[in-house]
Design a protein around this ligand. Structure first.
Ligand SMILES: C[S@@+](CC[C@H](N)C(=O)[O-])C[C@H]1O[C@@H](n2cnc3c(N)ncnc32)[C@H](O)[C@@H]1O
Length: 337
């Protein structure tokens, strides 16, 4: 078997075996090049992509750009790349008003330090460190990132934010009362296969919300993108309502690794088709397993993802690689399944 016939995972294993470093964010063609030459494709000045690591680096520690084959330049932004680092630091290195839309799923502050297990399922209460804040810290954290997102979004650009009852009122308050942004809709995502409530002391949680806001003062907001006809067509010719019944993320979408709050492609797909157009530049500052990028790729939108956890970035990279594998000519006769 030659390099071209090896799958990404095997290529990565081979690089690891040979002690080569810095391969985690490379795509398949780049992995092959690295294996054949030993020269890191992104660190080789002859072959460096238009955006090189550090070009928009704010010199703060912990920011890395993961170049992809689809990378391009827009005002020196890392287009179609996953940026590894804290979103506040990374966002501060971006210029004002460059994104057409932001679709994001921030920490909900719903994790408990002690979780409840359930004998009949793998369900445990979320216990993610990145999701644990005091009430005051969560408020300040939300103000900080929303402020930065509003700065980098174009005027009248769309902003879609996921939340549950744990955080949605805080986020809504910040958008409406602190930043006077126009809220267009609240979408209710109903999960028909939500997990049962194991305490039997309350209703079974089976919904999440998505706030759709426009980046302008509420009285001035205008000309926002809403693809009304597309939505209608997706709803058998009837107006699309704001209650979407979509099951939890299927196992097939988790084949590259698990993220505790990965969103289903079907939900993000509907948001993307409703609120963006081809060629738009989409931001997700809490990328997780990269669902926003995966959907953006599928619909010819450009994207920039930010995520501080390298493990999640690797899952995202593999999901995106899977989509772009078809771009490699030499793959045409291979079965990569
Ligand atoms: C709710 S998850 C997003 C899941 C994503 N929608 C998906 O489909 O996989 C939130 C993500 O934000 C990341 N995160 C939390 N705080 C962050 C920060 N300050 N900067 C960058 N990423 C952060 C977490 O590591 C986590 O993966």
């Amino acid at each position: 078997m030659n390099f071209h016939q090896m799958r990404n995972i095997e290529l990565r294993k081979e690089l690891k075996k040979r002690g080569l470093q810095g391969y985690s964010s490379l795509r398949k063609a780049q992995l092959i090049e690295y294996l054949s030459t030993g020269i890191h494709p992104l660190k080789n000045p002859q072959k460096a992509p238009a955006i090189v690591e550090g070009e928009i680096h704010d010199s703060s520690e912990g920011i890395k750009y993961s170049s992809t084959i689809l990378s391009g330049t827009t005002d020196k932004l890392p287009v179609n790349q996953i940026v590894s680092g804290d979103c506040l630091k990374v966002l501060s290195s971006f210029p004002d008003g460059v994104f057409d839309c932001c679709i994001t799923d921030p920490p909900f502050n719903m994790s408990k330090t002690k979780g409840l297990g359930w004998a009949f399922s793998s369900h445990v209460t979320m216990q993610e460190q990145w999701d644990i804040f005091s009430k005051d810290d969560y408020f300040q954290f939300s103000v900080n990132w929303i402020k930065e997102v509003l700065r980098v979004l174009k005027t009248n650009g769309n902003l879609f934010i996921f939340g549950s009852f744990h955080c949605i009122f805080t986020i809504g308050f910040i958008l409406q009362n602190m930043f006077d942004r126009r809220i267009i809709s609240q979408i209710v995502w109903f999960k028909p296969n939500a997990q049962p409530n194991i305490t039997c002391r309350m209703f079974t949680e089976s919904t999440e919300f998505i706030i759709w806001a426009v980046n302008n003062e509420s009285k001035k907001a205008k000309n926002w993108t809403f693809n009304y006809e597309t939505m209608k067509a997706m709803n058998s010719g009837k107006q699309m309502r704001n209650m979407w019944e979509i099951p939890l993320t299927p196992r097939t979408e988790r084949k590259h690794g698990k993220h505790p709050s990965q969103k289903p492609i079907a939900v993000v797909n509907r948001i993307m088709l409703a609120g963006t157009n081809e060629g738009d530049l989409i931001l997700d500052p809490f990328s997780g397993s990269g669902t926003t990028a995966v959907v953006a790729e599928q619909h010819n939108r450009k994207w920039i993802m930010i995520e501080k956890d390298e493990t999640y970035n690797q899952i995202a990279q593999m999901r995106i690689d899977e989509l772009s594998n078809r771009l490699f000519e030499d793959d045409s006769n291979n079965d990569w399944s």
